[in-house]
Design a protein around this ligand. Sequence first.
Ligand code: UD1
Length: 385
Amino acid sequence: MQNTPYRLLCVVGARPNFMKMAPIMAAMKEAAPEIDVCLLHTGQHYDAAMNHQYFDALGIPAPNINLDVGSGSHAAQTADVMRRFEPALDAEQPSAVLVVGDVNSTLACALVAAKKGVRVIHVEAGLRSYDRSMPEEINRILTDQISDLLFTTEREGRNNLLREGVADERIHFVGNVMIDTLRRNLARAVPVQDILEQAGASNLLAGGKDYAIFTLHRASNVDDPGTLRGLLDTLATVSKSLPVIFPMHPRTRSMIEKGGMARLLDPARILQLPPMGYLEMLGLMRDARVVLTDSGGIQEETTALGIPCITLRNNTERPITVTEGTNTLAGTDPANILAIFDEVMRAGGKAGRIPEFWDGRAAVRIAQVIRGWIKGEMEPAALAA
Ligand code: UD1
């Protein structure tokens, strides 16, 4: 049976998936060379700025398969991924499908695989915000329920999964693959001055080196004009104390334009940029005084970098960034956000420490577990056949 072909079909769909998949693919090649790894991109994100830039910067091989699904309502997008994923799965006949994170593509591909009896591996399992109005929370819960092998980034993830009836032996605490990518690439991060120069905005920091980063893209924050306006007004107040760099998600840009809110952003104090590439964003975060965001990944990256993070949400599925890291939950109430911001300006913000296993080796741990598991699970079946 030495030549039994084991194949792992890895799925990415949206921007936050790419930096998670990069170290996994590299580690599989290194630690499990006998497993054939194939990459499928659903095409949920398709703009170059949300997409190709990441593949190039992170050295991710071009996808073997692209489903080109694009945007749509949650139902339409999820259904499109499912419909297009099924024939790809039939053609590839993988031993298992590996999905990461919590985007619509994650759930859609996991669901198709599980229903066809193909084993599912979920990386970044067990995170819970306990807020079911968040589409990602639904994706997380359902993906974890139908996964055979679950890798968690923090210890609390196991407890969340056990409470939902996931069998203990399926769960492996391995650490955070996103931080593998951060550590690997920190030395290559693009300096903030280079980014400003390229944007023709070198004088933004003329008054000193300090600046804030602001990012916003969650549906709950940008789709409701009242909430969006409150957050932009808050940003305007913040920018009176510190210049702000604001890389803008396409969804946010379109909502600001639709709502006629661009005039709230003083261009002398707030630099609007297109979505940044990975190395650019890393450079911006590394040297920032403070980051205000509603992103999940940025909460983790700022904790790893030791930069204070003010999260513009009432909850987080990544509680370790609050209990151990540099993150503070501010919600969306302007007074609360500004009180926390003032405290960071006065006292420097939380120092934090690096969580357990956020050490750059999570993907290697994952590859080792997958190697043993795929072989253990598949060989008896192959022998019987
Ligand atoms: C998705 C994920 C979210 C993740 C985010 C990172 C889900 C449910 N949400 O949200 O968890 O944090 O990605 O960005 O999967 N658009 C473009 N170009 C693109 C992609 C999107 O212009 O390449 C615009 C379209 O108008 C689209 C909108 O952004 O309708 C939303 O895109 P979508 O993929 O549905 O969700 P995100 O908000 O990006």
